[in-house]
Design a protein around this ligand. Structure first.
Ligand SMILES: CC(=O)N[C@@H](CCC[C@H](N)C(=O)O)C(=O)O
Length: 388
């Protein structure tokens, strides 16, 4: 197979879209990626799998006159969302959907890789097909398995994320922080169950959970600088079994976001204080579990990002806009804390937001994403020689 055409890439994207898999369970996705990559010209390619992280895949393209190794990362997992797009190629896996665009991310990576499998790059390239971006810290897990060592260590690393808010194919980026850092929060309230008719004999954790959720929301409005901003979303709660039994336990799951590590730690601290206060006032027990994992703020490297922005903004074939920082999280932030690099947005123009069951990204963006990165990488590889 030669360089993948736009139609072939769309076919690949639709296959990936139909077969989404959750974090760390991306076995069919991994097999399919190996199948597609196996059909490319193998002359310059080397593959690496990780026994401890079996759905991850690294592909190295050997450069002709390497002075550096450039990394490119795509995430491969999907979300527990029941698709409602009505598309002919909608998810075949009930309750699982590529609602965050990782199907497009993988397709763009394959497009770039297929180009360099035919046109040998000057520098080495490493493509990292990363499991578990939505949860479970796939980037951090891989890094801790010492995957990026010796010839498999990129000197710089890049990634993109699709956004429905920009026109299809537009590249958005910024110097500084692009995405927030996040912390997952789990809270368990433990009181005493009982008969609905005798509240005085029980200790109702539905009421305690309701109070806790409301009070947590005052952290953002009352405890943090509005200019700096932060987000706390409780996305899941469970309590009770039936209407006429008072629930003795409640469980809440949420996510905390902030653009700096300092802000995240401040919100973490306030949540612990508020939860302890509610527990005291309800005479209940509370357990707060906070887990940031690898979801550090995505901080773009100043020098590499300036070069990236210079390239895309001056290229007449590309559309570029400077974007605001976003409260979405990305474990690419962890990789960027270890390896300098840049993350950008790729516009896919849609009325539905990321993580929505109706999310329908425009496939025209695939070609634009592939071309932007091939152009930038070629320019970057030549530039190093021009300035040598
Ligand atoms: C781009 C995007 O939507 N990323 C996710 C990943 C964050 C996961 C994290 N473990 C958390 O929910 O805190 C997002 O929700 O922003």
């Amino acid at each position: 197979m030669a360089v993948l055409t736009e139609n072939e890439l769309i076919e690949i994207r639709r296959h990936l879209h139909q077969n989404p898999e959750l974090a760390l369970k991306e076995f069919d996705t991994h097999r399919y990626l190996l199948e597609v990559i196996g059909k490319l010209n193998q002359k310059y390619l080397e593959l690496k799998t990780i026994p401890e992280l079996p759905t991850a895949l690294l592909v190295r393209v050997i450069g002709s006159e390497p002075t550096k190794t450039i990394g490119y990362r795509t995430d491969i997992d999907a979300l527990p969302v029941t698709e409602q797009t009505g598309l002919a190629y909608a998810s075949k896996n009930p309750g699982v959907m590529h609602a965050c665009g990782h199907d497009l991310h993988m397709t763009v990576a394959l497009g770039i890789l297929s180009y360099y499998s035919e046109y040998q790059p000057l520098d080495n390239l490493i493509f990292f097909f990363q499991p578990a971006e939505e949860s479970e810290n796939g980037g951090k897990l891989a890094y801790e398995q010492k995957v990026f060592t010796d010839k498999w260590r990129p000197d710089e690393i890049y990634a993109l994320h699709v956004t429905p808010d920009l026109q299809a194919g537009t590249i958005g980026c910024r110097l500084g922080t692009l995405f927030a850092g996040t912390t997952e929060v789990n809270i368990d309230l433990i009181g005493k169950g009982g008969h609905a008719a005798y509240p005085q004999e029980a200790n109702d954790m539905v009421v305690a959970a309701a109070q806790l959720i409301n009070q947590i929301q005052t952290i953002v409005s009352r405890s943090i600088n509005p200019i700096e901003g932060g987000v706390i979303t409780i996305g899941r709660m469970s309590a009770g079994t039936i209407r006429n039994v008072i629930a003795g336990k409640a469980h809440l799951e949420g996510t905390i976001r902030g653009l700096t590590q300092k802000m995240i730690l401040k919100i973490d601290e306030r949540i612990k204080q508020v939860a302890a206060g509610i527990a005291t006032s309800f005479n209940a027990e509370v357990k707060v579990e906070l887990n940031q994992g690898g979801y550090l703020p995505v901080e773009n490297d100043p020098i590499l990002t300036e070069q990236f922005i210079n390239y895309v903004s001056k290229n007449p074939d590309l559309n570029y806009v400077e974007t605001e920082p976003a409260m979405t999280g990305e474990d690419f932030g962890y990789l960027l804390s270890k390896i300098p690099g840049t993350m950008c947005w790729l516009g896919v123009e849609d009325d539905s937001q990321l993580h929505s069951a109706a999310f329908t990204p425009k496939e025209a963006a695939i070609k634009a994403g592939v071309e932007a990165f091939i152009g930038f990488f070629n320019n970057r590889m030549e530039q190093k020689r021009r300035t040598k």
